[in-house]
Ligand binder design. Sequence first.
Ligand code: ATP
Ligand code: MG
Length: 368
Amino acid sequence: MSTPPKTYKIASIPADGIGPEVIQAGIEVLQTLSKTLKTFQLDFTHFDWNSERYKSTGSYIPEGGLEELRKFDAILFGAVGAPGKLMQWVPDVPDHISLWGLRLAICQPFQQYANVRPTKVFRGTQSPLRNCNVGDLDWVIIRENSEGEYAGQGGRSHRGRPWEIATEVSIFTRHSVERLMRFAFETAQSRPRKTLTCVTKSNAQRHGMVLWDEIASEISKEFPDVKFDKMLVDAMTARMVLNPASLDTVVATNLHADILSDLAAALAGSIGIAPTSNLDPTREYPSMFEPIHGSAFDIVGKGVANPVATFWTAAEMLAWLGEQDASAKLLEAVENVCERGTITRDLGGKSSTKEVTTAVQEEIVKML
Ligand code: ATP
Ligand code: MG
């Protein structure tokens, strides 16, 4: 007798800007995949936690919200960030409030300490780099997601005075760096090239960054089969552009990896294709999956948002839930559609969000 398909409970938080458009597309594609494969089911619950809610109630997450969220198998997240009223760069909810009010308010209590950001050049898309072909740029950037430069520690004194001081304290603990580094080595070990590059700025920052370097060397001894090197973050940006094929898995701090992964997504063709997983590797809490891009208010409602980042995000979520086969099939369908030229304008195409979504759904049905 065959076992009934497993049902996963997924919390969806589309939030702001193009978040609702791409999450809707992602859910449609996931439902097609589930109906076609019949090996798993997804039960979605939607949460309207967004900047509108913050503006009317003073909080992104209602009381008891995190306890409710904890019961899910995974969280599918859109993007957070309010639009600017006057100019795009002056949002009516400051970015540091929206980020800390929603995204980090979930990542931190749920111990999602490993942020995983894969990037590659898809068949049918093009890197802005000359001589960078499919296969040359295929990276996973692992970002420390619980402390470092975004620990939220610091303060301001003498506000408004000429001698005003603001401090922004980075915190690096042995516990957090060790667990992240071990996760990074395991990720590198699971990939064909078995190569890990540890990025710091340990020539100029002589405490936390030196601790990172030391721990990386210590943990590397547990993984003799992984080729390991260290880079300074400034030199790393040049290496990503000049020699993309020399890199595979990269581990860096919260701030450095945030910047490097935007660069990586742009080098792979567009910020509209790359996913992010916020993982609790202990699996005590649900992990959260989101496209790397933000709320992008300049294209809201125009039907042009690239849904590929959300499709890849959905594939990463399936793999984390143990549905590796479904995950691989979804990615293959997306790549086939790109290769046939059904791509949005950020990738140089003309297709709308809806057209790409429908094409991926049709491809799934055709493939399976
Ligand atoms: P955040 O402040 O959260 O980073 P943002 O509004 O600055 O959000 P980003 O996601 O950083 O927007 O994106 C920068 C620009 O890239 C957007 O203004 C938009 O033009 C483009 N962009 C982002 N995501 C997509 C997408 N999925 N499809 C097409 N273009 C996108
Ligand atoms: Mg931005």
